[in-house]
Ligand binder design. Structure first.
Ligand code: TXA
Ligand code: MG
Length: 309
């Protein structure tokens, strides 16, 4: 049963040790950064990342930002060119997120990138987030620690009132400094995807979009990922030539979750789509997924994947 309230521990050795233990067990922890409080989980553990979406009640899978402690960890995850390295040297640690190509053999779960070939990375400038990354030894995926549609939390109390017992532990280190989410840049296209604490003036050569206010909402970019084959939803059996992705009682060439577990299904979703796309078949069929809880987010992605192009 979900407890009504999370444990709240002040920043310190005990809080870091407990947070690291929870992270290594695949749980989420609310951790302050210099921007907002984040809902952090092991970015290499797809079930843990699915747990972030479940706790937030997020109705779609936007790709998440991965938080790293240092450049060594960053370079296992993403590919840096000279330009990206220069930005990192200038602004990290700090509230700048860079969208970079995934490194070969990147350990990040595909649910983190929503199946994209790129990853959003940042090195936070906060002792609590830095401490949890170091103590757990894991890169941490972390969106803001609020229920979906809610206001971003800048204090531990905001996290508690928004998420309650859906997060087991909140590290309290007072109010965050910036109070708004990090600036996000796409270093390949040289555009600012989300304005934030690092202003455009500090990023010469970076555009903010063709018309002011017309900046691409980063949350929409995930819809760019779609299989190359037609996708048919709500299938209980394949038509000839189709690869069937099963769920629950519908067995297929592959399954999102044989036991009908939505957290497991979310954690396997993008891998399953990639496998289906790579198969020799001409089409992809997907079994019905119940439209409750995480199923709403799963169906959101499936509907986008099935959208005719
Ligand atoms: O300040 C922050 O950035 C906070 C703290 C906790 O670090 N985190 C945060 O994460 O705001 P989140 O998940 O709310 O924002 C992630 C944004 C989304 O709008 C998403 O679309 C974009 O980053 N994003 C992530 N990966 C991307 C990618 N590969 N390409 C383009 N945009 C991406
Ligand atoms: Mg948010």
């Amino acid at each position: 049963m979900t407890p009504a309230n999370p444990r709240i521990l002040p920043y310190g050795e005990a809080a870091l040790a407990e947070a690291a233990a929870l992270i290594r067990r695949g749980e989420c922890v609310a951790v302050p950064t210099e921007t907002v409080y984040g809902l952090a989980a092991d970015a290499t553990d797809s079930a843990a990342v699915a747990g972030i979406y479940a706790a937030k009640g997020r109705p779609s899978f936007n790709p998440l930002i991965v938080h790293v402690a240092d450049m060594a960890m960053a370079e296992t995850i993403a590919r840096f060119d000279d330009e990206a390295r220069a930005l990192a040297a200038r602004f990290w640690p700090g509230p700048l997120t860079m969208v970079l190509p995934l490194a070969e053999g990147s350990p990040v779960a595909s649910l983190v990138t929503a199946g994209l070939p790129t990853v959003a990375l940042r090195m936070p400038d906060h002792r609590a987030m830095q401490g949890v990354i170091q103590a757990s030894g894991r890169p941490l995926a972390a969106p803001s620690a609020n229920a979906s549609g809610g206001i971003s939390p800048t204090r531990a109390a905001h996290v508690v009132s928004s998420l309650g017992g859906r997060v087991p532990l909140v590290i309290d280190d007072g109010a965050t400094e910036a109070g708004i989410e990090s600036t996000i840049v796409d270093t390949v296209r040289r555009v600012i995807l989300r304005p934030g604490p690092i202003p455009a003036e500090a990023l010469p050569g970076y555009g903010t979009g063709a018309t002011p206010g017309a900046i691409t909402a980063p949350g929409q970019l995930a819809s760019h990922y779609a299989p190359s084959k037609p996708v048919r939803l709500g299938a209980t059996r394949p038509v000839p030539g189709e690869w069937l992705i099963g769920f629950g009682a519908v067995a297929g060439d592959d399954t999102l979750s044989a036991s009908g577990d939505l957290v497991e299904a979310a954690s396997r979703l993008f891998d399953a789509l990639h496998r289906a796309d790579a198969s020799g078949r001409t089409g992809i069929a997907v079994a019905p997924v119940p439209h409750v809880g995480l199923g709403v987010a799963i169906n959101d992605r499936l509907v986008r994947a099935a959208h005719p192009r």
